[in-house]
Design a binder for this molecule. Structure first.
Ligand SMILES: CC(=O)SCCNC(=O)CCNC(=O)[C@H](O)C(C)(C)COP(=O)(O)OP(=O)(O)OC[C@H]1O[C@@H](n2cnc3c(N)ncnc32)[C@H](O)[C@@H]1OP(=O)(O)O
Ligand SMILES: O=C([O-])CC(=O)C(=O)O
Length: 441
């Protein structure tokens, strides 16, 4: 094996200078985070640099409406918003009261898995990796769909609504099955309640006694809204565009995006944040000692601690620099929730890491645009305070982001109709084939 690895490295690593020579942008972005322009969208907008090109606090708009406005209004009116924002993202405008009521009914009608799906699919080959279990379930659902390969807009919308409605069931039942079979806990498979919202149903399906408070459900609803959409260029949504452009079916497209999202540099960062915070607490003798914490963060960056990957999870962003607006909104809720749950010390520790980590990263890395907490930094803490298991942190992201993927899939179908196929330049010079007897032994 070592020999193979040596050969792979010898023959696959391209000198860094070549990227400059051919003007290839690593990660398809320049050092300031500006991405190579790959498409146009009406679904959302992200602003992180001002007109002069200087970093500014991040702004995120869903169909041109600032997410801070959306969350402010929902809070002021003490309403759930997941279904309403799903409507906004999919159809491009805010629903009237009657349109919203009709849409909620449509989702409720679709929130149903095929008979025996839980017993025959979800209960088999359980895993702590709920994202992979969900992928298996989605591809199994494809087998139940007579129109799986019909890529008309009508059918893709129908399939997307079914998946949006059923993602909570796929995630939570997969967790319950895993928890029963691998952790030897009791098995709870509750049916969703048609009168409840998506956020309420998630808590109902998860809790043995099906009970939750209104505050808990509203905080979860907000967290879902903040995770629903982030432009066409984020890794999982760009995946949606790429695979949709090949003409593949909705189930395959969603699984591809789900597989991207679970990566620890993307949606999978939220579970890593929770584990990293536990690791820091376990290794720092005095949680008040900022020098000790800073030194430990530097150890993480130097691959000498935690998962030895050199990353401080929940920090930094491909395009935001000064701030990620979603992290700011979540943080305001975290503060309230932590006070309610008596977890002010844990909150204070998060805030300390949030302040010290950018300093450590700036010391140990070349930073051009600045780093700050991203949406994944506080989301895990919110879920922890809601008593949600770590295994579900990234699936919760997926339950929300499938809405953005669906909107982008339809946008790609309607506008592009061209297979995505960028260029890769070969840096090799042509060689001649050598007969096997003539090769060096
Ligand atoms: C929903 C989301 O997907 S939000 C992002 C969730 N991901 C994380 O929280 C994982 C931790 N963060 C990261 O890995 C990065 O910040 C990313 C992947 C999100 C963005 O990375 P980049 O686009 O490379 O960011 P940027 O250009 O600002 O980075 C500059 C340098 O700082 C490093 N850096 C940035 N953030 C971090 C971090 N949190 N920890 C360690 N190093 C970091 C980059 O690796 C890069 O180093 P390099 O020049 O040696 O390649
Ligand atoms: O935009 C990105 O690169 C990652 C991100 O924050 C998201 O997908 O929500």
């Amino acid at each position: 094996m070592d020999n193979y690895i040596k050969k792979i490295k010898q023959n696959s690593i391209i000198p860094l200078a070549c990227y400059d020579t051919y003007d290839v942008k690593k990660g398809l972005r320049d050092v300031n985070g500006k991405g190579v322009l790959a498409g146009l969208t009406n679904i959302s907008a992200i602003h992180s640099f001002d007109e002069a090109g200087d970093p500014m606090p991040g702004i995120l708009e869903y169909r041109a409406i600032n997410i801070k406005d959306i969350s402010k209004h929902l809070k002021a009116e003490n309403r759930f918003g997941f279904e309403e924002v799903t409507y906004l993202l999919l159809f491009g405008e805010l629903p009237t009261k009657s349109e919203l009521a009709e849409f909620k009914q449509a989702l409720v009608a679709k929130r149903q898995l095929p008979d025996e799906f839980v017993r025959d699919i979800i209960m088999k080959a359980t895993s702590s990796d709920i994202m992979n279990s969900m992928s298996r379930s989605i591809l199994s659902l494809a087998a139940f769909d007579d129109k799986v390969n019909d890529v008309t807009l009508e059918n893709v919308l129908d399939q997307s609504l079914s998946l949006i409605a059923n993602f909570p069931l796929l995630a939570i039942y997969a967790y319950q099955a895993y928890n029963h079979i691998e952790n030897r806990e009791s098995l709870y498979i509750h049916y969703p309640d048609e009168s409840l919202t998506t956020a309420e149903n998630i808590l109902r399906l998860l809790r043995p006694d099906k009970q939750f408070t209104d505050t808990e459900a509203k905080v979860l609803d907000l967290a879902l809204i903040l995770h629903m959409e982030h432009g066409g260029g984020n890794n999982s949504t760009f995946t949606t565009h790429v695979v949709t452009s090949s003409g593949t079916d909705t189930y395959a497209s969603v699984v591809a995006s789900l597989s991207s999202l679970k990566g620890s540099k993307h949606g999978g960062a939220n579970i890593k944040v929770a584990k990293m915070l536990d690791d820091i607490k376990a290794h720092v003798k005095d949680p008040q000692d900022e020098t000790e914490i800073f030194d430990y963060l530097c150890k993480i960056l130097n691959k000498q601690a935690f998962d030895n990957k050199g990353l401080i999870y929940g920090m930094g962003h491909a395009i935001y620099s000064v701030s990620d607006p979603r992290a700011e909104v979540l943080k305001s809720y975290v503060k309230e929730l932590a006070a309610e749950k008596g977890l002010q010390d844990a909150y204070a520790f998060y805030k300390k890491i949030e302040r010290l980590a950018p300093l450590a990263i700036a010391q140990e890395r070349n930073i051009y645009k600045g780093v700050s907490a991203n949406v994944d930094f506080y989301s895990g803490f919110v879920y922890q305070m809601l008593g949600l298991p770590e295994e579900l942190y990234t699936p919760l992201f997926a339950i929300a982001r499938i809405v953005g993927w669906s909107a982008h899939r339809m946008e790609e179908m309607l506008n592009m109709n061209k297979i995505i196929r960028p260029a890769y330049e070969s840096v090799l010079t042509t060689k001649t084939y050598i007969e096997i007897e003539d090769r060096e032994q």
